[in-house]
Write a protein of this length. Sequence first.
Length: 261
Amino acid sequence: MTGDETRSNGKANGAPGPEIKDSLRAPLPKRFYKSVSVEQQPEGFAILLDGRAIKTPGKRALVVPAEALADAIAAEWAEQGERIDPATMPLTRIANSAIDAVSARMAEVVGDVVAFSGSDLLCYRAESPEALVRRQASAWDPVLAWAREELEAEFKLQKGLMPIEQPPEALQAIGRALGSLDALSLAALHVLTTIGGSALLALAHSRGRLSLDEAWAAATVDETWQREQWGYDAEAEAQAAARFAEFSAASRCLRLLHPLR
């Protein structure tokens, strides 16, 4: 076997090839229910499978505060085929995360989002070419202005990627903005932040300052620029599509929880 053949099979460094990885994956569980419904309970809206309430992986009741969100989660379960694939159920995953993890660690999750804002994507600018500099400014400066006016959070900018320390007052303002969020909203906003690389974009979108498309376009300014310069790459496009699907699901979760924002 040649070196190229060894590398193509993923075995040069002992890593299993894709066909072996597929065989090692645990099989998806079979669908065990026929009907899916939503029931209002004292704590909120529960999703039922054949009349029995769904439990989270942590064995807690899967109950959400908004009927519209419960209906959307129920639709994810109803749309499953012979097997249950969690990868196709992003709203269920966000709800599970909120109930099992975020609700018990609210301060820690808020701190994580605040830490993201301390190295926020919007604060690190290209030095060149001038066209990219202008594009970043056009997409990001209005959000920074909104944060300054709406949140009283003023951030410093840096050319290049050398770390910059943001004013403590700005980080404290972000913490205050997050303080009133419930666990589900915070879980969804955390997803927006980590995928988009920006707590400021996540907050601006969650408060209606940016649409979904505007927030995603701002989060991917650099990627879009690279694509325009170097052309289409199938693997990169597939990764971007998967990220956008998660970003969209988190956005949808917020809209269903807070439809008037």
